[in-house]
Design a protein around this ligand. Structure first.
Ligand SMILES: *Cc1c(COP(=O)(O)O)cnc(C)c1O
Length: 430
């Protein structure tokens, strides 16, 4: 098999290695990196003895011939050292719990592995990096936790003031070595714009900027692993995969897994009121929107950055045959949390509830024996205020108890490129 290489969504050249794509984040022409050819994996030959074994076998095939080839086992052992339970909440409906990592969301998979891959590359080249990350809630803490203390790497994270839950905010701004937290007076899309803008800012061209948003391939590669594992365990080739979506990184990762050989019957993109993508799937002329706040705040994205990847890899006909989109309102999200709990005893967080509700729209037309997989993207204890509205209390996991009372550190800035530039220049000079 040829070594994995990436090119930009906007042009077929230049072609870069996985290490180069990881370090650059964004392609030089402003596009996103996509595989030149998607590696083909013999799905039947993957072991199903444990998530970690399965992941090592799958990842080895993707990273064959790259600078990370010899490190696959260590990467999986160190970065993905937590459980990934598959829970059958109702007959044929499986929830894959991706929230057992240190910051209690699926973002831990991508952030932890990306940190280790980038750390290896930087150490071997004697270079350094400043990681910029805009967060709508969970990315920032996963990245801060995953990258903190990696030599040669500084992290600057931006989040929308008032746009994250109090627990998410505490997780974001707990003081960590090498991490700077910025509260931005604006929306998530403003934060994302500041990050994108920094890459085009000539005053910052000497800074070793990179990003750990889901535009980075280092995030997407590990996110394929849990889909592969779940489909492997279910031992079916007709699983319907439902992904609570915002920036569409998680959906893109599952698409990559599918294109590499993971058999599924199709995908459901479950969105909240931020419904650009479901609209697009009905009307290719639909335009990006301004984001609105919802209970599933990590999905409050009006202009999903990974849309560009999906559109570059699938033509409209292929996309609509493979992916169905649904938008679930705030009220329906609460109702879903409540009815799932009443029916099954399962406490879903607001993001997972969007997924379960989206699935329920398709269940009636699905064959009875066809399994559905909903990825559960966050632990309900991260959203006690929303859980409370439905009369539920989520048990507080160890990971949160440990954070309580820890010192916080945060700077507030305007949603303004000049203010952000100054923070970066000061950091670089320090
Ligand atoms: C980030 C996030 C999502 C959305 O994932 P995307 O890859 O941005 O589509 C969904 N749920 C939770 C809890 C998240 O943190």
């Amino acid at each position: 098999m040829n070594e994995l290489r990436f090119h930009s969504t906007r042009s077929a050249s230049p072609v870069v290695s996985v290490g180069e794509a990881l370090e650059a984040g964004l392609a030089p022409d402003g596009g996103l990196f996509i595989p030149e050819t998607v590696p083909q994996v013999d799905f039947g030959a993957l072991p199903d003895s444990s998530f970690q074994y399965c992941s090592k076998a799958y990842l080895s095939q993707w990273l064959q011939g790259t600078e990370f080839e010899k490190h696959v086992d260590a990467l999986v052992d160190n970065a993905l050292n937590f459980d990934v339970p598959l829970v059958e909440v109702e007959a044929g409906t499986f929830v894959l719990e991706l929230f057992h990592g240190p910051t209690l969301s699926f973002k831990d998979f991508g952030a932890r592995m990306m940190a280790r891959m980038l750390g290896m590359r930087i150490a071997s080249r004697g270079s350094s990096a400043i990681i910029l990350v805009a967060t709508s809630g969970d990315t920032g803490s996963a990245v801060a936790d995953g990258f903190s203390g990696v030599p040669g790497i500084d992290v600057v994270l931006l989040y929308p003031k008032g746009g994250v839950s109090p627990i998410q905010e505490h997780q974001l701004i707990v003081k960590r070595p090498g991490v700077r937290a910025l509260q931005v007076e604006g929306t998530f899309d403003d934060c994302q714009k500041l990050v994108k803008g920094a890459f085009d800012d000539s005053a910052l061209e000497d800074l070793p900027l990179s990003t750990a948003n889901s535009i980075n391939v280092g995030r997407l590669i590990p996110q394929m692993l849990y889909y592969v594992w779940a489909v492997k365990v279910l031992q079916r080739n007709d699983v319907r995969v439902c992904v609570p979506s915002g920036n569409l990184g998680n959906l893109t990762a599952s698409l990559w897994a599918h294109l590499s050989g993971m058999p599924v019957s199709g995908f459901i993109a479950a969105h909240n009121d931020n419904d650009f993508f479901p609209e697009y799937l009905c009307d290719p002329d639909a335009a990006f929107k301004t984001s609105v706040q919802t209970f599933s705040n990590a999905m409050d994205v009006g202009a999903p950055s990974n849309f560009e990847r999906l559109a570059a890899m699938l033509d409209f006909g292929k996309m609509t045959s493979l992916i169905q989109g649904v938008s679930i309102s705030n009220e329906e999200t609460l109702e879903s949390m409540q009815s799932v709990l009443n029916r099954t005893g399962y406490l879903a967080d607001p993001h997972t509830a969007v997924g379960l509700e989206a699935l329920s729209r398709f269940k009636p037309e699905m064959p009875k024996e066809q399994p559905a997989l909903v990825v559960s993207t966050a632990h309900p204890a991260k959203f006690p205020e929303t859980c409370e509205k439905t009369g539920m209390v989520a048990p507080v996991p160890e990971q949160l108890k440990r954070l309580a009372g820890m010192e916080e550190e945060v700077t507030t800035i305007a949603a303004d490129a000049g203010a952000f530039r100054q923070v970066l220049l000061d950091l670089h000079q320090a």
